[in-house]
Design a protein around this ligand. Structure first.
Ligand code: GLN
Length: 247
């Protein structure tokens, strides 16, 4: 369990390898976490790390985004050599990974025409292989264990890999529109403070309750709700668009 961060305390968000895992705009997840912390009076810092630099051991949240297969292979090798994500998990920091990042933190994923198996970081018990069709489009899921409108997670998925959740992890959500993990009706996975999910959007921008959940896990405390009409309106629009989509 991470030490609880006091009011006004410093919170470090580590944004990993934008040069490799930056093409889907998931860096917005770092921006929204920092903003939601700042609105509540915390001293939020975003540290951006590129391959060749060591990841800091001081982070509260470590963010991985989507990327192409070749970049994904480079990223997993660099991260394994670095070792900081395992230490982060062990001290209760949050690892929040999207799409390629989700596949990277799992047991393994496959790439290329010959479906070469690449070993993942093994932080989450999920395994990814190439699916029958590329999953592309709006995705709408229902977050497990949550009720009401805030349980609905919207985003945009774009992945060829399909992911099976093993016994040491739980699906994050159940799919209402789209593909998610592997057309078994589940989306994403969670174990402790490690979370993986497919939606871009960025997903924490579109889904503030999920953003606050990540922060509460990382800070080891509950946060007061924020009322931001502009975010509620964005969310309403995205939910309507996703519900209109039939794929
Ligand atoms: N390269 C991976 C796939 O196609 C991840 C894609 C992504 O990050 N959007 O499955």
């Amino acid at each position: 369990m991470a030490a609880t961060v006091p009011d006004g305390g410093r919170v470090e968000i580590v944004l990993i390898y934008q040069s490799l895992l930056g093409i889907y705009g998931d860096r917005g997840n770092a921006a929204v976490l920092a903003k939601r912390l700042a609105w509540r009076g915390f001293d939020a810092v975003v540290t951006t790390v590129e391959p060749g630099d060591r990841l800091p051991d001081s982070g509260h949240v470590y963010l991985l985004g989507g990327g192409e297969d070749a970049a994904q292979i480079t990223a997993v090798r660099e991260l394994r050599a670095d070792g900081a994500l395992h230490r982060a998990r062990d001290r209760g920091a949050v690892v929040f990974a999207v799409c390629a990042g989700y596949q990277i933190i799992g047991n393994s994923f496959t790439v290329g025409d010959r479906d070469e198996v690449i070993e993942g970081l093994g932080l989450l018990d999920v395994t990814t292989t190439r699916g029958p069709v590329r999953a592309v489009g709006e995705i709408l899921t229902r977050w497990r264990g949550r009720g009401g409108d805030e349980a609905m997670i919207t985003g945009f998925e774009n992945h060829g890999g399909y992911t099976v959740v093993g016994p040491d992890a739980e699906p994050l959500a159940d799919v209402e529109v789209g593909v998610g993990n592997c057309a078994d009706g589940t989306e994403g996975a969670v174990h402790g403070t490690v979370l993986g999910t497919y939606p871009h959007g960025p997903v924490l921008v579109r889904n503030p309750a999920l953003a606050d959940h990540v922060l509460e896990l990382a800070l080891g405390r509950e946060l007061a709700p924020l009322s931001r009409p502009e975010i509620a309106e964005l969310r309403r629009q995205r939910l309507t668009a996703a519900r209109r989509t039939s794929r």
